[in-house]
Write a protein that binds this ligand. Structure first.
Ligand code: SAH
Length: 516
């Protein structure tokens, strides 16, 4: 076997699913990771490419509504060519490769060229989009059958191959792919061959994605409605009484943040959990990291303090990053958490405390107020006179903690443990969304996220791009920075956590659902 692979490579024909990147199969995802070359499609979510190996060559094989980037024969040739170079090729196709995907033709070419392949099925758009629209394609009370039909036959054919009569009789659900341009003809044919004109129809565009749009009508009026709404491909058309179930079963496109573009400005390594929280409420999240955490130019001060750890009574961590950089440095020095010894630990915020507990350490003090002022207040209640405090901090941290503690007679050592640097540019997708006004809410989770975004865009441009965009800030300090910048703050949660911020954003946008 391996001999054969060496000579001829291998092709995986993978169904990417309908759009939601979570809807690829486990096997499909694994195969993407194994590929040297990935040939992907317009309908395959580009997010799936994040599973690619770093060395993989990514080739867009296009096709946007007939304006083909590459002709099918060119794609076939490319598959063969890459495989013959001995490469493992992943051919990633939207939905399922064998459902209106020309996967059959691609396989025939591979067979002819003697190239071994495997097919990894996917969730086809008919199934995926219907599910995310809340429409069960079959239901015992409505229908016992479902048909998948192309609404766009090969234009070279003289007469339709679709058996309209059979499709129209009975109560079977019919799902048309590629049917939007021919919608009027489809609806007329079904009615002419016996489907009642009042039969419900749903059009589902970009099903399973945050951009999903659904338009509901009947065979009699759907073409007109679609025309009026300028409803465009890619969409599937579901015909049948099961469509009425959507009213009861709708679950995806009525979530409170559905259809809202929300920008997350946290550092890339911290954005994930916030983004998932927001996405869980249906938001379309655009990550735009405004902070990159890098080591300090010199470790001298930090190392000196670490060397004298036994002389401190308290160690104060005010962020996840402080914990991460402190422990990374301990590790680099060949030490571990035992180096902390009897020194007591103060953690600001539950995330910081959680980061510590990952190192087996329980914080002795977690101030109720998750800010520098909270630390000062908590220490104010203790007898701190003459005590030594070790506070590994960010380069641009506020001076509140050292200054106020010193006033209490505390000796504070605050070496820089990490630097916040400003990334050069916004990710293209985030910038484009801002420019196209697809961002409805921007979130700031620290003053630096505000300042850095202004530095990245320029203050004037920032204000211009954020005109009319809801500003959500994690707390008063961040809000103050926003206001100083000329950005009015619309949302600020009562407690300074991502969960509370998410809750307030949901509340802000909660409104009766508008779309059909
Ligand atoms: N192999 C694909 C179908 C390719 S044909 C599959 O199994 O899903 C292209 C057609 O698929 C589009 O014109 C549209 O009708 C449908 N389609 C693909 N993705 C879709 C989506 N996310 N939402 C709605 N329709 C989709």
């Amino acid at each position: 076997m391996t001999e054969i692979f060496k000579k001829s490579g291998f092709v995986y024909l993978i169904g990417a699913g309908p759009g939601d990147p979570g809807l690829i199969t486990v096997k499909g995802r694994d195969c993407i990771g194994r590929a040297d070359v990935i040939l992907y499609d317009y309908l395959a979510n580009e997010h799936l490419l994040t599973h690619a190996a770093p060395h993989a060559e990514l080739i867009y094989a296009g096709k946007v509504g007939g304006a083909h980037n590459r002709e099918q024969w060119q794609i076939n040739e490319l598959l063969v060519e890459k495989a013959l170079e001995g490469k493992v090729v992943a051919r990633l196709k939207g939905g399922d490769p064998f459902v209106f995907g020309r996967g059959g033709e691609e396989c025939e070419t591979l067979v002819a060229a003697g190239i071994p392949f495997e097919i990894v099925p996917g969730v086809t758009a008919g199934i995926g989009a219907a599910a995310y629209a809340g429409i069960p394609l079959t239901h015992r009370d409505f229908t016992t059958s479902v048909a998948f039909v192309t609404g766009h036959e090969n234009p070279a054919k003289d007469a339709s191959d679709i058996d309209w009569e059979r499709l129209s009789l009975g109560s079977g659900t019919v799902v048309f792919y590629m049917g939007i341009r021919n919608l009027r003809v489809i609806a007329e044919n079904l009615v002419a061959h016996g489907r009642p004109p009042e039969t419900p129809v749903a059009l589902i565009r970009w099903g399973t994605r945050p951009e999903q749009e659904v338009l509901v009508g009947t065979l009699a009026d759907i073409a007109e409605k679609a025309h009026k709404a300028a409803f465009k491909a890619p969409a599937i058309t579901v015909v049948g009484n099961v469509v009425t179930l959507r009213e009861k079963l709708r679950w995806f496109d009525n979530r409170p943040l559905f259809g809202r573009g929300i920008m997350v400005t946290r550092a890339a390594d911290q954005a994930g959990s916030f983004s998932s929280l927001l996405a869980g409420y249906g938001a379309q999240v655009f990550e735009c990291p405004t902070i990159r955490i890098v080591p300090p130019e010199s470790f001298a001060e930090l190392d000196a303090a670490i060397g004298a750890l036994q002389s401190f009574s308290w160690l104060v961590f005010t962020s996840f990053n402080a914990v991460a950089s402190f422990f990374t440095r301990l590790d680099d020095l060949g030490l571990d958490s035992r180096a902390i010894g009897p020194c007591r630990i103060c953690a600001v915020g539950p995330k910081t405390a959680a980061a510590l507990s990952a190192h087996g350490i329980k914080a002795d003090l977690v101030p109720a107020d998750y800010k520098a002022e909270g630390v000062v207040e908590a220490f104010g209640a203790l007898d701190m006179k003459g005590k030594r405090v070790f506070f590994p901090k960010a380069d641009r941290a506020r001076e509140v903690i050292p200054t106020e503690l010193q006033k209490m007679g505390v000796e504070v050592t605050a070496p820089v443990a990490y630097l916040n640097v400003v990334p050069e540019a916004l990710p293209a997708a985030a910038l484009q969304a801002l420019e196209e006004r697809r961002i409805h809410c921007i979130t700031f989770t620290s003053s630096s996220t505000v300042q850095n975004l202004a530095a990245m865009l320029g203050e004037n441009r920032l204000l211009k791009l954020l005109e009319g965009v809801t500003v959500a800030s994690i707390g008063p300090v961040t809000s103050k920075t926003c206001r100083e910048m000329g950005l009015p703050v619309d949302i600020e949660p009562p407690s300074y956590t991502l969960e509370a911020l998410t809750g307030e954003i949901v509340r802000h946008f909660a409104q009766p659902t508008i779309k059909a």
